[in-house]
Design a binder for this molecule. Structure first.
Ligand code: FMN
Length: 427
């Protein structure tokens, strides 16, 4: 029912978009490789340019994206996010290549999405080249706008399971091979999401080596940098998103040292002011994770106008919920008992963050999950906790007052990367 079957192209272009397309820096590829590699690299570059431009012509660029988050950025969340922002790029949860391969006859459940969710990026994880290739091939008919490879997940369930997630940063040659295999099997551009290091492998030079090798050995031209390292000492994934300090200076060092690549900054960015501050400092894109889920309205409602300079949806939260109710009723129980009202309502719980009535609405929601079987009854039972003034408020001004975390970043940049002149060659 939800299977993707062609989509309407977004043909409106804002001035921002034309600036990006006209900026040759973003689309220049000049790597110092041996001759034979140069020829295939040139062909690859051409193919990649074509892919990148194809996507760029359909949608505004990924100035703002919502991070991949397991069990959070599912189809339900993305439906809600798209009702609030038309232009934000949406990432799926990470899907293991093996899941896609083993569910070959049940792919819609994992890969299908409604056409409104474009621009949308599929994130895959894995460490088996054959499965990565097969998974990418199986995903191809769904027409994701980019395929992203997870090199940042520190979960022991992932990182401890062979070489998977962030551990792959220790093996850039493998990541280069994996990205080549993925790129060969898709019609979409490819990207890598990684951290700035792992355990003691946390110098700026090591990060640059990773970026240089992966981009030299594969057509990867876009990296999303979660700007803290990962610790593989057994701390929880949640602590791994909190304990290692953010080092935005590494991100801005990469922008300086790899002018032919595109970099999206991620980690600890919580407001539209901070998003715009990162873009002003030269980031090609900004990815927001937890804030886009836990405080979805404040984070997403101003993206179209304040980041893209495009009209916002103009919807109030009551209107968003009305549309979401229609979606919810249509998908409830689609897979036997799943999804439940709790599953479908989960993304809504960040919609009234720090508004009057939020605590009561969450308590009512908890109680309603125990017996409500329709979205209509769920809303009837809970929404009276939220004042009309909140439900009917138009999208407001961007809340200001947060400090610019990048104000002195130029003073903190690491020394320039020197090694990239050396040719990367592997036996
Ligand atoms: C619940 C949760 C699940 C996550 N799952 C993934 C994932 O599947 N793939 C991934 O690359 N990162 C995952 N992340 C990390 C986020 O994509 C992001 O890098 C991280 O939260 C830092 O960004 P933030 O500070 O804006 O939240 C997850 C984060 C959270 C909170």
């Amino acid at each position: 029912m939800m299977k993707f079957a062609g989509y309407t192209l977004i043909t409106s272009f804002t001035p921002t978009h034309s600036i990006i397309l006209k900026n040759p820096r973003r689309f220049r590829f000049g790597l110092n490789l041996a001759n034979s590699r140069n020829i295939s690299a040139a062909a690859e570059k051409h193919r990649l340019n074509a892919k990148t431009l194809m996507v760029a012509e359909r949608y505004l660029p990924p100035l703002f994206s919502v991070a991949p988050m397991m069990e959070w950025t599912d189809h339900h969340y993305r439906t809600l996010a798209r009702l609030i922002s038309k232009h934000a790029w949406l990432y799926t949860e990470m899907l293991a290549a093996e899941t896609i391969v083993y569910q070959e006859h049940n792919l819609d459940r994992f890969l299908a999405f409604s056409p409104e969710q474009h621009p949308i990026v599929l994130q895959i994880g894995g460490s088996n080249l054959e499965n990565l290739a097969k998974a990418t091939e199986l995903a191809n008919p769904y027409s994701y706008d980019e395929i992203n490879f997870n090199c940042g997940c520190p979960s022991p369930r992932v990182a401890g399971h062979g070489c998977f997630g962030v551990r792959l940063m220790l093996d850039p040659k493998f990541v280069g091979e994996a990205m080549s295999v993925i790129a060969a099997k898709t019609n979409s551009p490819v990207s890598v999401k990684c951290r700035i290091g792992v355990d003691d492998h946390d110098s700026y030079n090591e990060l640059c080596d990773f970026i240089y090798k992966v981009s030299s050995l594969s057509p990867t031209r876009h990296f999303i940098i979660h700007s803290r390292k990962a610790l593989l000492n057994g701390i929880s994934p949640a602590d791994n998103r909190r304990v290692p300090p953010l080092k935005y200076e590494y991100f801005f060092g990469l922008l300086r040292d790899f002018p032919d690549l595109k970099f999206t900054i991620n980690g600890g960015i919580n407001s539209i002011d901070e998003v715009n501050a990162a873009l002003l400092e030269g980031a090609h894109g900004v990815m927001v994770g937890r804030a886009a889920f836990n405080n979805s309205w404040q984070t997403l409602a101003n993206v179209d106008s304040a980041v893209y300079g495009a009209p916002s949806s103009g919807l109030t939260r009551r209107q968003v919920l009305k549309q979401y109710e229609v979606y919810g009723e249509a998908v409830l129980g689609m897979y036997g008992k799943k999804p439940t009202v709790r599953d479908v309502a989960k993304p809504l719980l960040g919609l009234f963050h720090s508004e009057p009535g939020n605590g009561l609405w969450k308590r009512k929601a908890d109680a309603a999950f125990l017996h409500c079987t329709t979205m209509k009854s769920f809303f009837e039972e809970t929404l009276d906790a939220i004042p009309d003034s909140v439900l009917d408020a138009p999208i407001g001004e961007v809340p200001s007052g947060s400090e610019n975390p990048f104000a002195n970043i130029r003073d903190l940049l690491p020394p320039p990367y020197k090694e990239k002149e050396q040719e990367v060659s592997y036996a």
